[in-house]
Design a protein around this ligand. Structure first.
Ligand code: FES
Ligand code: MG
Length: 581
């Protein structure tokens, strides 16, 4: 490397400065024991760490950061770790999703405001991965992601128990008397027995796989358990690699192309991934100017079978997925079936095809955990479906693999609840006027209405029906469902009720017609009547008139646009800001 190249580094606008300002930028850094020589123009690598004890899935990222640092030093870079906010899924109210955009905004601004040439993004819990990708994409400096890895398989009474998925099962067991409260306390501990994020194919594992499928993290990264030594080895490799990426100027805008998103959408179908991936990928695409539409999530996957047999749709957990070959095995099989763009560049500097061709990936396909295309776990066309109709003019989604086949075509009377709370208040009432054919409509749970579009859509069935042995019912909602959830639940109805979407016009008893094979969701009420109802509809009064939640409700876009803030779309680049002193 020539001196000319070194001084062109962004970080040299700070550390290479002469006189008073250079002294100011370097001197304070030296209180960390850094010698003058580290400011010689070597790549300065930020390690963005979303570790927090309030986000239990991310607590161990501080250790992962140490491994990244080793790699950065090894390749001749200067690593500087910094904290970002952490949107912990389990504790944050009203929902971590309310804060995804705030975290993305914070990550973006922190990267741009500081003397960084590249960044390693450490995430884990659901929203932390998309938030970091979105922020980094809008800065467009070289970036590599290292997700923190899943927890070890949950084990309770000799059985595998899956994060989230078993919370719903245990709740049903409690309600029906199959489990005592004391047993449930013990079972809680058995479900989350190591560091890491949810080990079902929920949103965290899905987004880890999406980061890998997009080419934004090293091959194999998504599946190593959080406590596996190979997670740290991979983190160290990512540290080495980011320094080279800075030298090669390999930025997200080169990696996150339309083809990369098409790969991710198809991989999501093959892994039986979370419906939340739709929202996050759409929002991320908006940051890099890729026109990814809701219909792509249906049309692109029509020929893609589900190859991965993981909860909530299947039987196994991420640890099993890892031992069976992880995402490289899945991608190798999709490549074999010509279902991926193999020439896409990734953070390795090599293409998708080159990454997967360097291992024994193909040889590993064909277990009960990762099936081959010839005998897939579930046939093509049975994954996520995108619905249209007069109840969801801008679309809605359903995860067929988590639904009951007999309910995928269904006509039933609506029973409408204006909030999830209104439903929960009566759900255990033995006289509740609901039977198994009823369509439970929950509204005002959308991005603006709740606000934050929480994971409340898969409300548990009424207690009296559970006791009678009913296992599933059709539910329709403008909110989301946890990636670990299951049931015949129509999600992300757009536009949402709070902005006057047709969901706001539904009344008790209206026939709702769900026809997943034909991709429709309709309200069987004539147009004239719906027009009358629309004229009488009044927008709910704004509950938030100041603060972040106000900002959110003013600027959040609808689910089909990824629920990003309109003003955060696009990239704002990484020009060095004006001097501070
Ligand atoms: Fe954090 Fe599931 S709750 S990943
Ligand atoms: Mg979740």
């Amino acid at each position: 490397m020539t001196d000319g190249q070194k001084t062109s580094r962004r970080s040299q606008a700070w550390f290479g400065a002469r006189g008073r300002s250079g002294m100011l930028y370097r001197s304070w850094m030296r209180n960390q024991g850094l010698g003058h020589e580290v400011f010689d123009g070597r790549p300065v690598i930020g390690i963005a760490t979303s570790a927090s004890e309030l986000a239990p899935c991310n607590t161990h990222l501080t250790q992962v950061a140490e491994a990244v640092k080793r790699g950065v030093w090894q390749s001749g870079g200067l690593p500087l770790q910094f904290p970002t906010m952490a949107t912990g899924e389990t504790l944050m109210r009203p929902t971590a999703m309310l804060y995804r955009n705030l975290m993305a905004m914070e990550v973006e601004e922190l990267i741009r405001a500081n003397p960084l040439d590249g960044v390693v993004l450490l995430s884990g819990c659901d929203k932390t991965t998309p938030a970091m990708l979105m922020g980094a994409a809008s800065v467009d400096l070289p970036a590599v992601m290292v997700t923190g890895g899943p927890m070890l398989n949950g084990k309770y009474r000799g059985q595998d128990v899956g994060s989230g998925t078993h919370v719903w099962k245990f709740e049903e067991d409690l309600k029906t008397g199959r489990m005592t409260e004391e047993e449930s306390f013990f079972a809680e501990g058995c479900m989350a027995r190591s560091n890491g994020h949810c080990m079902t194919m929920g949103t965290a594992s899905t987004m880890a796989c999406m980061a890998e499928a997009l080419g934004m993290q090293l091959p194999g990264s998504a599946a190593w358990p959080a406590v596996d030594s190979r997670r740290m080895e991979t983190a160290q490799a990512a540290g080495r690699r980011i320094v080279r990426m800075v030298e090669e100027d390999l930025r997200p805008s080169r990696i996150l192309t339309r083809e990369a998103f098409e790969n991710a959408v198809r991989v999501n179908a093959a892994i039986g991934g979370s419906t939340n991936a739709i929202i996050h990928l759409t929002a991320l695409a908006g940051r890099v100017g890729v026109d990814l539409r809701l219909r792509d999530f249906d049309e692109l996957v029509r020929a893609v079978p589900t190859l991965v047999n993981l909860m909530p749709s299947g039987k196994y957990l991420m640890e099993d997925f890892c031992y069976a070959g992880g995402l490289p095995a899945v991608m190798a099989e999709l490549l074999r079936g010509e279902l991926l763009h193999g020439e896409q560049i990734t953070v390795t500097g090599r293409s998708v095809a080159e990454n997967t061709g360097t291992t024994d990936d193909t040889a590993r396909v064909g277990s009960d955990v990762i099936t081959g295309l010839d005998a897939p776990f579930q046939p093509a066309g049975t994954g996520i479906a995108v619905l249209r109709g007069n109840l969801c003019p801008d679309g809605a989604v359903i995860k067929q693999s988590a639904a009951s086949p007999h309910l995928l075509t269904h006509r039933g009377p609506a029973r409408v609840f204006d909030s999830p709370e209104a439903y929960h208040a009566v759900a255990d009432d033995p006289d509740l006027d609901i039977d198994e054919n009823t369509v439970i409509v929950i509204r005002n749970a959308g991005p603006k209405g709740y606000p934050g579009m929480p994971e409340v859509s898969n409300v548990p069935l009424p207690a009296k029906l559970l006791k009678a042995g009913v296992k599933d019912m059709v539910r329709v909602c403008d909110g989301r469902m946890s990636g670990t959830g299951y049931g015949t639940v129509v999600l992300h109805v757009a536009p949402e009720a709070a902005v006057g979407g047709p969901l706001a016009l539904v009344r008790d008893g209206d026939p709702v017609v769900l026809d997943v094979p034909n991709r429709t969701l309709r309200l069987d009420v004539d147009d004239a009547e719906l027009t009358r109802r629309r004229q009488a509809w009044k927008a709910p009064t704004e509950r938030h008139t100041s603060g972040y939640t106000w900002l959110y409700t003013q600027h959040v876009e609808q689910a089909d646009r990824g629920a990003d803030f309109g003003f955060l779309r696009g990239s704002r680049g990484h020009e060095v800001p004006r001097d501070s002193h």
